[in-house]
Design a protein around this ligand. Structure first.
Ligand code: BES
Ligand code: ZN
Ligand code: ZN
Length: 500
């Protein structure tokens, strides 16, 4: 889908589908919807009175224009209640509209910027949310040889139409941001939805390298021999039971100004399939463990998008990629292993593999000079128990840094909720035989314990941990997010990095 911005009047532009909107509590249409109502001889008002058109969130009404205007059809999309209106309402409306476009096979879709006239947001943000909702809402994982009732229809052009020359500048800027943010999320979704026999550690590494090259991001990939030599013992131990060997993906973007000493370290859990290892998981929903690399996919896409945005920061990304499989050679419960930091770890469950590879990855990021760390991981089922699929768990050792990431998530609409890292929890991980044990047997406070474990390797570096176990993959569609991978938290971290 090409995204464009054109200076024209919506009642003059030829297209297959024209998108206008309506608030749930509006008694009469306003703005563009009113203009279209006028040229359609009051049809929208008539249908509103008859109860056919409603401004309820996600409601869409398709109207044929019968050549009264150059647009073949108009879709009136609901924005929900004025009071509840926010950037996610814009994304949801844009997503609902583009799904209608796909259904009626509209190749050229024209739309106004949702919410621009409300004064609640600046036009840049409204345009950005309109484009994000359009890209994310129209996304569909194509599958591999899937039988389809009909071929997937792809909208060719999505054009934002605006008459005012001054507003055009901001809309162009917002649409560009929306395209970069939206495409990054969609690309991460594609990696997460793909099966683990396709997205192997090797695939992720090649994907990162090939795409990094295109945008000027440096990328190094280390294999088992390097990883052993470099001393990433925890990563190596998790990979021991797998035929598909581990890779360490390291990406670098040096966008910081001269003398900028800050280096942001991004770490993403890249477990391409988590069977649990010797502490084997049950078979129910086990297929979903192909999504255990969602943190890694997010970090790779964040790096690519940061380059496209020309973010003025120095960033280093570390993605440890591996499978977690049972085998005669596998790591076993009770084993004591080393790590890059030199700290020893007693393995309680081999299913707590994410924190092991993250421990080595944060240590490595620090060795590369990272002065601030953000890690993203599908770390604990307990996070899904606590927060469901509506919010990611967020933890950190520096409240200012945590607050900055929370603020970014409020703009991106990807909800997060902070969990505490009280000192008391540290006692849960005291081991009789090693520096630390990997987890507890009880599973008490497991998302927090996961955070505490990583913190032991982060030490004093300012750090934020985002547990996306519940939010990375939706079993049922919600608002602008179709079922399947969500691309969370790509847009939040990008927002934090770029501040646009
Ligand atoms: N990959 C899982 C966490 C997960 C669960 C992600 C459900 C997405 C959906 C992780 O490696 C894991 O198995 N964690 C264990 C930790 C426990 C052994 C302390 C868990 O949550 O049960
Ligand atoms: Zn696991
Ligand atoms: Zn896992």
């Amino acid at each position: 889908m090409r995204i464009k911005v054109e200076r024209k009047s919506i009642t003059d532009i030829p297209c297959d589908l024209l998108v206008v909107n309506l608030f749930e509590d509006a008694e009469i249409p306003s703005g563009s919807c009113a203009a279209v109502n006028k040229v359609l001889d009051g049809l929208i008002v008539k249908l509103m009175k008859e109860g056919e058109i409603s401004g309820k969130s996600e409601r869409v009404t398709l109207i044929h224009t019968h050549d009264k205007i150059p647009a073949k059809r108009v879709v009136v999309v609901g924005l929900g209640k004025t009071k509840k209106f926010d950037m996610n309402a814009i994304r949801t409306a844009a997503s609902a509209a583009i799904q209608v476009a796909k259904k009626v096979k509209a190749a050229k879709v024209c739309s106004i910027v949702h919410g621009a006239g409300t004064g609640k947001f600046n036009i840049i943000d409204a345009a950005r949310a309109t484009v994000e909702g359009t890209l994310i809402g129209s996304y569909e994982y194509e599958g591999i040889g899937r039988e389809k009732d009909e071929p997937v229809f792809k909208v060719k052009e999505f054009i934002i139409v605006e008459r005012d020359k001054i507003k055009m500048i901001d809309i162009r800027q917002g649409a560009t941001y929306g395209e970069i943010f939206g495409r990054a999320a969609v690309r991460a979704k594609d990696l997460v939805n793909a099966p683990s026999n396709v997205v192997t550690p090797n695939y992720l590494a090649n994907y990162a390298r090939d795409n990094a090259r295109k945008v000027g991001v440096k990328c190094d990939v280390f294999d088992i021999t390097d990883i052993k030599k470099m001393g990433l013992e925890a990563l190596w131990n998790v990979a021991r039971g797998s035929e598909e060997r581990e890779k360490l993906i390291v990406m670098r973007w040096n966008g910081g100004k001269r003398g900028d000493k800050e280096v942001i370290g991004l770490i993403g859990k890249g477990v391409t399939f988590d069977s649990g290892g010797i502490s084997l998981k049950g078979s129910k929903n086990l297929w979903e463990m192909k999504t255990d690399m969602a943190g890694g996919a997010a970090v790779i896409e964040i790096m690519i998008a940061a380059a496209r945005l020309k973010v003025k920061r120095n960033i280093v990304a570390v993605v440890p990629a591996t499978e977690n499989m049972p085998d005669g050679a596998s790591l076993k419960p009770g084993d004591v292993i080393g790590s890059l930091s030199g700290k020893t770890i007693e393995i309680i469950s081999t299913d707590a593999e994410g924190r092991l590879i993250l421990a080595d990855a944060v240590t490595y990021a620090k060795k590369l000079g990272a002065t601030k760390l953000i890690d993203v991981a599908t770390l604990t089922g307990g996070c899904t128990v606590a927060l469901g699929d509506a919010a990611s768990g967020l933890m950190g050792n520096d409240q200012k840094f945590v607050d900055e990431v929370v603020a970014a998530s409020q703009k991106s609409g990807e909800k997060v909720w902070q969990l505490p890292l009280f000192e008391e929890y540290g006692e849960y991980l005291k081991s009789d035989v090693a520096y630390i044990q990997s987890c507890t047997e009880t599973g008490m406070a497991s998302p927090i314990i996961g955070g505490i474990f990583i913190e032991k390797f982060v030490e004093d570096t300012p750090w934020v941990h985002i547990d996306i176990a519940g939010t990375a993959f939706l079993r049922k569609k919600r608002t602008y997010l179709p079922r399947g991978a969500t691309g969370v938290p790509v847009r939040t971290v990008l927002e934090y990095l770029s501040g646009v």
